[in-house]
Design a protein around this ligand. Structure first.
Ligand code: ZN
Length: 131
């Protein structure tokens, strides 16, 4: 099982971790299987989407911020309920198929770590299974 460290710079941001995940798959020597990407945080998530045009990640971020505003009126006393809700919607894990030792991502797909309560030092757990 591997781990990726991510340092985020904004309160809310999507960070492309595709290359780091690919490196974990290469190190595993698994040729045919699956890669589980798991975020062990309650105010962060992981998603797969276009990483060719950077405006896609800023649109996702801006739409989430519009739907779920940072608001001191939420019940949760820590003041980061918006981040908990965004993390729940986006999800804390993804599974990607591995074929011929490589992630089976579409041409335009990349893997984003989703920060919703940064800036922070975060970790992403990677488990590669197969043969
Ligand atoms: Zn909280």
């Amino acid at each position: 099982m591997g781990e990726i460290s991510v340092s985020t710079r904004e309160r809310s941001d999507l960070v492309d971790i595709t290359a780091q995940v690919e490196e974990q798959v290469a190190v595993s020597k698994i040729d045919d299987g699956i890669c589980v990407i798991y975020v062990p945080h309650t105010t962060a998530a992981v998603c797969i989407n276009e990483n060719a045009d950077p405006s896609v990640k800023s649109d996702i971020n801006n739409i989430l911020n519009g739907l779920i505003p940072e608001d001191p009126g939420y019940a949760h006393a820590e003041g980061n309920s918006d981040a908990h809700v965004k993390a729940s919607i986006m999800g804390c894990s993804r599974v990607i198929l591995i074929e011929s030792g490589r992630l089976k991502l579409g041409t335009w797909q990349g893997i984003y770590f989703c920060e919703f309560d940064g800036p922070r030092s975060r970790k992403v757990i990677i488990k590669v299974l197969g043969s």
